[in-house]
Structure formats: structure tokens, C-alpha cells
Design a protein around this ligand. Structure first.
Ligand code: ADP
Length: 609
């Protein structure tokens, strides 16, 4: 056997092998595309087997058999075009031309009984080459549109097609070449034919190992993008990102439905508008896949689910690839991919959808774990806060209460033992003062809990902040202190006067409380760009930098305040912040230990009457 013969045998064996493999694919997954692939390779395989059998057994030529074989070969480019038409739109004109060419070639062959005159043969060869080139270009374009394994496979098919076109061209032109060149085409054709067979094999029946290798880059890039997904703010954003990622990885449109345990439905946010927001039991193919927990491919979506046929048509959905999203025993949802053409290599695409669904499951699971951890943390935090609250409240209420009880018991005893003695005014005043302190602590506690329920701020009315500040500054409790109020003109906004008054009082009270008796407290009010600015400045103890970020938090007291020297619960600033924010404003502080603090409040002026 010569080298040429060996190459020819190998080429033929590969084509026959491809035929066997595609027939197996057809049996497993019958669809228009798999039928067309089988037809194309069937034509090649029959021609090969017939010539092998005839030469091996030296059979005499049976005319009808050789005619059929010749016609099958003539039909090859047309069969290829049919296949191309399955996954990309071949214009009607090209289809008609191809059909015309096929009929003319067949007619020419039959009319001349196999001895086609050279000009006609040339025309047929050119028709072959033109059609193959057209198909190869169409396949390349389809490859560009797709991704992953499909893309690589289509590229191989395009290469196979171009090479096959070349083989036919060279073989067809050989008889018209001058004698010294006739030997060259045979060797060249054999080599090109082998290359074409290999390319087709890689394209139509790639071994598993090659598919895995081709899948990897896509998966890896999907995973790279997916790594940060569980940290997105909510599950809806994760689903959106997963849909986009799966779509671009697949080269199709993708949507994800999450299973809602309460309603027992799949919830979709289908950006392509095909599926409704809720898919219930027994509805739609997505549910079917979810229920069976097995990925499925539907070549003809409209046929598989006639109720949605018009929606599928309206959105140019031709085929569906759906995979369940499940992690271990958890059934989380389904990933559905829409394609506008029947995928050429549906098994690879389905494989990829399955892999993407598995990845989506991992991401959604880790998101669920993060949520769960946050819930536990929040729960612990709430429990801790409650404990803090009880101990802070108990501690703060206990001091005035002890004084109050002791003082009252003392007065009681005195009244019993010396009924005629004059009233102990100082003792009574102490009782009143402690009772008032107790009452203001209780009010603070109540305010903090109302704030949380969003019920603190009431009716709003036009309020002059300058007037309000002056009111606060005049209060008896700071009589001993200089409160310097500076303002150029009234600053009027629409606020709940009681609550804004409370904020100002609290800030001024703190400024007084946390600064030496002979120092000055300044309050400046101004308006600028539709906002009111209030600054409360003192020259007091200041707030350590480490406490600044949390100073507005509930029960937080700075590390430089001593409970015995400065009474307080650490709720005032928390309430102030709540009131200011519920008015649409903001509050912050600038402070240096030993120098003093300035609390800034900004309130919106719009909406003022
Ligand atoms: P309280 O004064 O009852 O502790 P606040 O919520 O009003 O509660 O204040 C929280 C903490 O912020 C105070 O304990 C104190 O450490 C600090 N603070 C507030 N205002 C000032 C100020 N003007 N100067 C220094 N520290 C302050």
C-alpha cells in the first residue's frame, strides 16, 4: 500500500466514523439539525463505502448504484446548505439558487449518462466550490456569534467545509490541467481531503477530552466574574449578574427562576420578557425541568410548549436549554437559555447550561450562607443591645431613684418623729430634682424606642430656627453659662418644633455639661443653598478620635467621660441623629480632646411655608 493509498484509506475511515457517530447523535437526540448532519455525512459515507466495496471485491459497475452515488455526491453541498440554514438564516435567494444548481447538475449528469462534457463539468465544479465557500463563511459567522465549545466546533466545521470545497475544486479541475501537473493534484487532494476529514471530525464528533478543554476558558471567565457575586447587596442583583454572565458565556439569552418555598413557585425576573414573574406547579417547561431535576433541551420551543408559542415567536425564541439549579439536596431554581436558532451542537450547549446552573447554585448557596450569618449576627446584636439597654437603663435609673427613696424615707421619718418641725425645703427640692431627672431618663428611653418605630417626628410647621435656639439658650438650666447665639436673619423651615427644639436642647445641654463652667458655648445659625446650618461649639473635654465614628450610636459614651462625674445614658445623640435624619437633614461632629467640639446640623429649608 502506497502512502497515498494509506492517506486515502484514513480519510475515508474518518468520514465513515463521523457518520456512525452523528447517526448515534441523531438517535439520541432527533432534531432537524441532527437529521441534516446525518444526511450530509450519509451521502459521503455511502459514496466511500460503495467505491471501497466495488474496488475490494472487484465488482462490476452496476449503473443504478453508481448513479445514486454520483447523485449523492452532487447533493452534498446542498445538504451542507440545509445544515447551515438550521443555525443561521440563509436568504431565500441562496436557497433557490442552490436548489436550481442541484437540479441542473443532476440533470446534466443523468442526461449525459456520466460522461459530462468539460464545460458543464467545470460549471458543476464551480457551483460546488461557490456553495462550499458560502457555507464556510456562514459557519464562520455563526461561530463568531457563539461561544465556548460551539464556537470552536463551528470553526472546525468551517475549516472542513473550505477544505472539502478545495478538494472538489482541485479534483474537478484536474482533467483540464496540462499533463505535467496532473500528478500534483492527486497528492494535494488526498492531503487536503484528510485535513478536511479531521476538521469535520473535530467539528462534528469531538472527543470528550477536547470538549472539556474547550469549555474550560469560558467556565473560568464565568467563575472569575462570579467570584465576587455573593457579596452583591441582594439576591436580585446576583441573579441579574448570573443571567448576564450565563448569557454571554452561552452566546444566548438566559434567565433564572428562583424557587419560592412559600408560594411554591419559580420566581423569574426575565429580562427578555418571555416568562412571567411566577411559574407555578405544572406550568411551563422550566417547572418540568425543576421538578424532574434533569437538564433538558427543547429543539422547538413552540412545539414543546404550544401555550407559549406566540410569546416565543414574538421574542424570536427557537430552542430552549433548561437546567435545574441545585446544590446538594437544595433545589434552588432553574436556569433557562433561549436561542434564536436551533443550536448546532445542542448536547454541548446543554452541558454548558448544566455547568453554569451548578455554578449558579454554588453562588446562590454561598449568598444564602452570608445572609444566614448576617441574620445570626443581627440577632446576636439585637440580643446584645437589649442586654445593654436593660443594664444601661437600670444603672441610670437606679442612681436618682436611690436618692429619691432615701430622701423620701428621711422626710417620712422626720414627719413621724417631729410632726411640728418646719418642712425641710432643701430635702423636698432634692426629691423634686431627682424625680425630674428620673422622668427625663424615662422620656429619653421612650423616645429611643419611638425613634426605632419611626414615630418620633410629628406634624411639621414653619419654624424659625433662630427663635428656637434663642428659646433654648434662655432656659433656666444654663443661666449660669454664657450661650452665645449668632444669626443674621431668621432661618425658617418646616419642622416638628418640639423635636428640633429637643435636638438643639440636647446639643446645648451636652456642650454645657462637657465643658468648664467659665467657658463659652456658641451657637451659630445660617442659611445657604436651600439649607439651614446650625453649629454648636464648646471649649470642653472633646471626644477621642476613636469614639468619633460611633458617638451617635445608641448607649455609646466616649471613653473620656466618667459616669460618676457626667451623668447620662448615651441616648441623646442617638435620638438627635434620628430626629435630624427623619427631617431629611444630617448631623456630624468635629472634636479634639482638650480643645472642644462642634456639632454640625444641616436641615433642608425647602417645603417651608
Ligand atoms: P449622654 O450625654 O447622656 O452620655 P449623648 O448621646 O448626648 O449621651 O452623648 C453621647 C456621648 O457623646 C457622651 O457620653 C459624651 O461622651 C459625648 N459627647 C456628647 N456631646 C459632647 C460634647 N459637647 N463634648 C464632649 N463629649 C460629648
Amino acid at each position: 500500500m502506497t502512502a497515498l493509498e494509506l492517506i486515502s484509506l484514513l480519510t475515508q475511515a474518518i468520514f465513515v466514523l463521523i457518520f456512525v457517530l452523528v447517526v448515534r447523535g441523531l438517535v439520541r437526540r432527533p432534531s432537524r439539525t441532527t437529521v441534516d448532519i446525518a444526511l450530509f455525512f450519509g451521502a459521503i459515507a455511502i459514496a466511500i463505502v460503495e467505491s471501497r466495496v466495488a474496488t475490494t471485491f472487484r465488482l462490476p459497475q452496476v449503473e443504478i448504484v453508481s448513479d445514486i452515488v454520483a447523485l449523492l455526491i452532487i447533493a452534498m453541498p446542498y445538504l451542507l446548505l440545509r445544515l447551515v440554514d438550521d443555525f443561521s438564516d440563509v436568504p431565500a435567494l441562496v436557497n433557490r439558487l442552490a436548489e436550481g444548481g442541484l437540479l441542473l447538475s443532476a440533470a446534466a449528469f443523468l442526461a449525459t449518462e456520466g460522461t459530462v462534457p468539460p464545460p458543464i463539468l467545470l460549471a458543476v465544479v464551480l457551483y460546488f466550490a461557490a456553495l462550499s465557500t458560502y457555507c464556510a463563511v456562514a459557519v464562520v459567522r455563526a461561530a463568531r456569534r457563539s461561544a465556548g465549545v460551539t464556537r470552536r466546533r463551528l470553526e472546525a466545521v468551517a475549516a472542513g467545509t473550505l477544505l472539502l470545497g478545495l478538494v472538489i475544486l482541485v479534483a474537478g479541475l484536474a482533467p483540464s490541467l496540462p499533463p505535467p501537473l496532473t500528478g500534483l493534484p492527486t497528492g494535494l487532494t488526498q492531503a487536503v481531503a484528510l485535513a478536511s476529514a479531521i476538521a469535520y471530525f473535530v467539528g462534528f464528533a469531538p472527543p470528550q477530552i477536547l470538549r472539556r478543554a474547550w469549555q474550560e476558558p469560558e467556565l473560568r471567565s464565568f467563575l472569575r466574574r462570579a467570584a465576587s457575586l455573593p457579596r452583591l447587596p441582594d439576591t436580585a442583583s446576583i441573579v441579574r449578574a448570573l443571567q448576564d454572565g450565563a448569557g454571554s458565556t452561552l452566546g444566548a439569552r438566559a434567565t433564572i427562576g428562583l424557587f419560592d418555598r412559600e408560594t411554591r413557585t419559580l420566581r423569574f425576573q426575565d429580562p427578555h420578557g418571555v416568562l412571567p414573574a411566577e411559574v407555578g406547579q405544572g406550568e411551563y417547561l422550566a417547572w418540568r425541568v425543576f421538578e424532574r431535576q434533569r437538564a433538558e433541551y427543547f429543539a422547538d420551543a413552540a412545539r414543546a410548549h404550544p401555550a407559549l408559542a406566540s410569546a416565543y415567536r414574538a421574542h424570536r425564541v427557537r430552542s430552549l436549554l433548561i437546567a435545574p439549579i441545585s446544590a446538594a439536596e437544595q433545589h434552588l431554581g432553574a436556569l433557562e437559555a433561549y436561542t434564536d436558532h436551533e443550536p448546532v451542537f445542542s448536547e454541548d450547549d446543554l452541558d454548558l447550561v448544566r455547568l453554569l446552573a451548578d455554578q449558579a447554585a454554588v453562588i446562590l448557596e454561598s449568598r444564602a450562607l452570608i445572609d444566614e450569618a448576617a441574620r445570626v449576627r443581627a440577632h446576636e446584636e439585637a440580643a446584645r443591645l437589649k442586654d445593654d439597654f436593660i443594664s444601661a437603663a437600670a444603672h441610670d435609673l437606679k442612681t436618682p431613684l436611690t436618692t429619691l427613696v432615701a430622701q423620701a424615707q428621711f422626710l417620712e421619718r422626720r414627719a413621724q418623729t417631729e410632726p411640728s418641725a418646719p418642712a425641710d425645703l432643701a430635702g423636698l427640692r432634692r426629691i423634686v430634682r431627682e424625680a425630674k431627672r428620673l422622668s427625663s431618663l424615662v422620656v429619653e428611653l421612650l423616645d429611643a424606642s419611638r425613634l426605632e418605630q419611626g414615630k418620633l417626628v410629628g406634624e411639621r410647621e414653619p419654624v424659625d430656627l433662630v427663635e428656637l435656639v434663642r428659646d433654648v439658650a434662655r432656659r433656666e438650666s444654663y443661666r449660669a453659662r454664657r450661650i452665645n447665639v449668632s444669626a443674621d436673619a431668621p432661618v425658617v423651615g418646616s419642622y416638628d418644633p418640639r423635636r428640633i427644639g429637643q435636638v438643639l436642647e440636647n446639643l446645648v445641654e451636652n456642650a454645657v455639661k462637657y465643658s468648664p463652667d467659665d467657658s463659652e458655648v456658641r451657637v451659630a445659625i445660617a442659611q445657604r443653598d436651600g439649607e439651614a446650618f446650625i453649629d454648636v461649639t464648646d471649649q470642653g473635654i472633646g471626644i477621642p478620635a476613636s469614639d468619633l465614628p460611633v458617638i451617635f450610636e445608641r448607649f455609646h459614651r466616649a471613653s473620656n467621660v466618667d459616669d460618676r462625674r457626667f451623668a447620662g445614658m448615651g441616648l441623646g445623640l442617638f435620638i438627635c441623629k434620628g430626629i435630624v435624619e427623619q427631617h431629611g437633614g444630617r448631623i456630624w461632629v468635629e472634636s479634639r480632646v482638650g480643645t472642644g467640639s462642634t456639632f454640625h446640623v444641616v436641615l433642608p429649608l425647602e417645603g417651608a411655608h
